[in-house]
Design a protein around this ligand. Structure first.
Ligand code: FO1
Length: 308
């Protein structure tokens, strides 16, 4: 059975670690968010794509959940001398990935082609697709002004109240080759436990993706990134609340109700099952907090089991 995963951020990469224990990589397609992409020092950084690659290659920095294990930061230190802002911690080895990606893009390759080369170089066998080859930028409106996602998330540590989120370039962004087919032809589509607004939101906003999810013959299952009204990591709970969404598993169900068959909610949220089901989405209860390898595998099994 082919599995397609909609992914963004660290939670998605951790979920994928479990999924590839139960489904061969050759049968997995990952569609990644690119709204977090940003240029630093002339280099194109695609954090969500790299987080998937590094995690599945066993090369991720386990303390952060992003970047490479055993990193050094000599280049970043040296760049400071020239007056660059260095709030985004790009490690020396990580920069090699960005240099390679940037070179390919400059030579006329698409982001899909560059991503495939990077994934292959790290030994991955799954298919990793950016949602679009066109540039999409997630912009966060705050009282401090309009921030790019990384300015909001890293530079200002998610401290600003989010007034609105928009995706610059989305009107002209076409789905990357293979994206709509991967949704249409999958046996199961999984929406990873990622921020519904800024990680999954850009994917759903690319023309044709939401319709493909509504019309696919595949079962569509999501794992709630909100447990007990809070996110495990990141600002999804606060962001959902300030945008008028309900920051619970039921709010996640509501956000996806038009295309979702099943939402996996945590055991702690068992009492929310009726509220989830009131949106027309079936609730499945599982342990969703992924501490170790066995728990990641069990969550993947629970998500697939919920729709099989
Ligand atoms: N996150 C941080 O909180 N601080 C950083 O300095 C930082 C650097 C960084 C470098 C490369 C990379 O691929 C990811 C990095 N991240 C950092 C994580 C990144 O901001 C987030 O993973 C995503 O954009 C959220 O999905």
């Amino acid at each position: 059975m082919d599995v397609t995963v909609l992914a963004g951020g660290v939670g998605a990469a951790r979920f994928l670690e479990g999924l590839v224990q139960v489904v061969p990589q050759e049968r997995v397609t990952v569609i990644s968010n690119t709204g977090d992409d940003e240029d630093f020092f002339g280099l194109r950084v695609s954090p969500d794509i790299d987080t998937v690659v590094y995690t599945l290659a066993g090369a991720i920095d386990p303390a952060h959940g992003w970047g490479l294990a055993g990193e050094t930061y000599h280049a970043l230190d040296a760049l400071r001398r020239f007056g660059y802002e260095t709030w985004f911690s790009l490690g020396d080895a990580d920069m090699a990935t960005h240099a390679f990606r940037t070179r390919l893009l400059r030579e006329g390759a698409t982001l899909s082609e560059a991503t495939a080369r990077i994934a292959a170089a790290f030994g991955l066998a799954l298919r990793l697709l950016p949602v679009s080859d066109d540039r999409i930028r997630t912009l966060v409106e705050t009282d401090a002004g309009t921030l790019t996602f990384q300015q909001y998330f890293v530079k200002r540590r998610t401290e600003d109240e989010v007034r609105a989120v928009r995706f610059e370039g989305i009107e002209d962004a076409a789905p990357a080759p293979g994206v709509l087919d991967a949704i249409a032809a999958a046996g199961v589509v999984v929406v990873a436990p990622s921020n519904p607004v800024v990680s999954i939101g850009p994917l759903l906003a690319v023309g044709g993706v939401r319709d493909a999810l509504r019309t696919t013959a595949a079962a569509v299952v999501a794992v709630s990134p909100i447990v007990g009204g809070r996110t495990i990591k990141g600002p999804a709970d606060r962001m959902m609340a300030s945008l008028g969404m309900t920051p619970t598993a039921a709010g996640v169900a509501e956000a996806y109700a038009d295309f979702l068959d099943v939402l996996v909610i945590d055991e702690e949220d068992r009492a929310l099952a009726p509220a989830v089901e009131a949106t027309g989405v079936r609730a499945a209860v599982a342990q969703t907090i992924m501490r170790g390898t066995a728990e990641k595998r069990a969550l993947a099994e629970a998500a697939l089991g919920a729709v099989q």
